[in-house]
Design a protein around this ligand. Structure first.
Ligand SMILES: Cc1cc2nc3c(=O)[nH]c(=O)nc-3n(C[C@H](O)[C@H](O)[C@H](O)COP(=O)(O)OP(=O)(O)OC[C@H]3O[C@@H](n4cnc5c(N)ncnc54)[C@H](O)[C@@H]3O)c2cc1C
Length: 467
């Protein structure tokens, strides 16, 4: 692994590339870069130096300088990650793309947007919407995360059922390699069978293979109508069981989201607002969209029928602002209750969701710990927040691996995986190594060693080639 300590000589070199103002070494200004959104102090580390290049050429020059000084680099976007991927755990220079925040072109005829990586996802969504087009990606953190971070983590989100995850939106990208070379992978083409798809290796590579400096994204026509339905169940198993029924009813919803009762109550406290049926309800939120209003009405009736057959207490057309504000507040609400918590991000085949959620949620009782479940059940991805209470840190650290062991044994027995969308970063690297076929891990290491032989680009994240 390259060096973690950043020399004064390298700092001076970086200043000469980006300008003194954009090379941060002041302790106070460095504070936000010492963590992402993982709240456990184990996944935090004060940064020594952060550079903020203005364009691809400056990124490449900074990378070359670090490469020549044999010093670790950590790419960083908005820092909303949930895997400690953008934290300089092993030291080195953080290369932040936050100043690269311009949408370069909206090509309406080809339905492609070309953007720098530091554009906030919601800004990108709204800008293309103003041009009459639609970007399918929609992580819950859209108001704060950057599109470059989304590509680097292959972010999922609420609309993945219909539009797919970030990977499904990307047509091309420009990348700065760990040695500082600039290369374009894919581009404004809808098909590409020209050799290995290296672009797909970079999507979800979490900054371990290079720095993404430009992105080409697919757009679609803006749907004319959309409707959000809220089905409320007093029984958790009944709620979850609605998901495969909706998915198999010949309807392609935009999303099918889930919140258990404990999460709803927590959000209610956090927002200080009364939520419908919060006393006993578990929520399934279904969004449908399209250009034919009559068809949407028919689909709405079908979902209502399926939910009531499945023992729903109530099915209503939801106020989109209220329901999405509540759903998106899930994580913040848990953090407000307990600063230290572990957010698991399991994914299982969609039909296994009911069994997985009902078994996992019972672990809360077994370990006498608060566990809240919510997520994107339409694509088999559920978040489980395990909240630290007044247990000591020692007791917490003793208990957490036991719960995780039970969760992941179950998930893997159901042919699931450790992470559906939040990624591996530093937080889940050991978990992934433990549960993944060693042959697959060796293949990942071969990719990392091949593209980053000096192990200089975000080392120790995703796969640790030194082990
Ligand atoms: C409230 C909340 C809700 C969330 N909801 C969702 C959700 O619905 N779906 C979801 O998938 N995630 C969600 N997340 C997690 C997070 O927002 C996503 O992982 C997001 O894609 C990270 O983007 P970022 O800009 O913050 O990236 P960062 O956190 O800055 O970086 C993430 C990773 O990408 C790498 N990276 C960043 N930029 C580049 C680049 N230009 N080139 C190469 N590597 C780079 C970093 O090294 C790091 O490993 C949520 C987080 C929060 C706090």
């Amino acid at each position: 692994m390259a060096k973690g300590e950043v020399s004064q000589e390298l700092i001076e070199k970086l200043k000469s590339i980006v300008g003194e103002k954009y090379c941060i070494t002041d302790k106070e200004k460095l504070e936000p870069y010492g963590h992402d959104e993982v709240t456990d102090p184990h996944y935090m580390k004060p940064a020594q130096c952060v550079v903020l290049p203005a364009n691809t050429q400056e990124v490449a020059a900074c990378v070359k300088a670090c490469y020549e000084a044999d010093t670790i680099m950590v790419p960083r976007a908005a820092g909303t990650g949930l895997a400690a991927g953008a934290v300089a755990i092993f030291g080195g220079v953080i290369i932040s793309i936050e100043r690269m925040n311009k949408i370069l072109e909206i090509d309406k005829e080809n339905m492609i947007v070309t953007t720098e990586p530091g554009v906030t996802t919601a800004v990108l969504q709204n800008t293309v919407k103003d041009a009459g087009l639609f970007y399918g990606g929609d992580p819950c953190s859209g108001d704060s995360c950057f599109i470059g971070g989304n590509v680097a983590t292959n972010a999922g989100g609420n609309r993945a059922v219909k539009y797919g995850v970030t990977r499904d939106q990307v047509l091309g990208m420009e990348v700065v390699t760990p040695a500082g070379d600039i290369v374009e992978l894919g581009g404004k083409v809808r098909k590409n069978a020209t050799g290995y798809s290296l672009m797909h290796l970079f999507i979800g590579s979490e900054g371990t293979l290079g720095i993404i400096t430009k992105i080409y994204l697919k757009l679609v026509a803006l749907p004319k109508f959309s409707m959000d339905l809220l089905a409320v169940f007093d029984n958790l198993d009944d709620a979850i069981a609605l998901t495969p029924k909706v998915m198999n009813a010949g309807i392609t919803p935009v999303c099918v989201e889930f919140m258990d009762n404990a999460s709803i109550k927590q959000v209610e406290v956090f927002l200080n607002e009364k939520l419908q049926h919060s006393d006993i309800g578990n929520y399934i939120i279904v969004q449908i969209a399209g250009d034919n209003e009559d068809l949407l009405d028919e689909q709405c009736e079908k979902i209502d029928e399926l939910a009531r057959e499945g023992n729903a207490l109530d099915v209503l057309v939801a106020n989109p602002t209220v329901i999405w504000k509540s759903r998106k507040a899930y994580l913040e609400a848990d953090r407000a209750r307990s600063l230290v918590f572990s957010m698991e991000d399991i994914v299982v085949p969609m039909t296994e969701i009911p069994g997985a959620v009902s078994q996992i949620s019972r672990l809360g009782e077994k370990y006498n710990v608060a566990m809240h479940c919510a997520g994107h059940c339409g694509d088999g991805n559920v978040h489980i927040d395990i909240l630290k209470d007044d247990r000591t840190q020692e007791e917490w650290e003793d208990m957490l691996p036991k719960i995780q062991q039970e969760i992941y044994k179950l998930v893997y027995s159901l042919k699931g995986r450790v992470s559906g969308e939040h990624g591996i970063g530093f937080k889940r690297a050991a978990l992934m190594a433990k549960y993944t076929n060693p042959v697959e891990i060796e293949m990942m290491k071969a990719v990392k060693k091949g593209l980053d032989p000096k192990n200089i680009m975000n080392p120790g994240k995703v796969v640790d080639v030194t082990k």
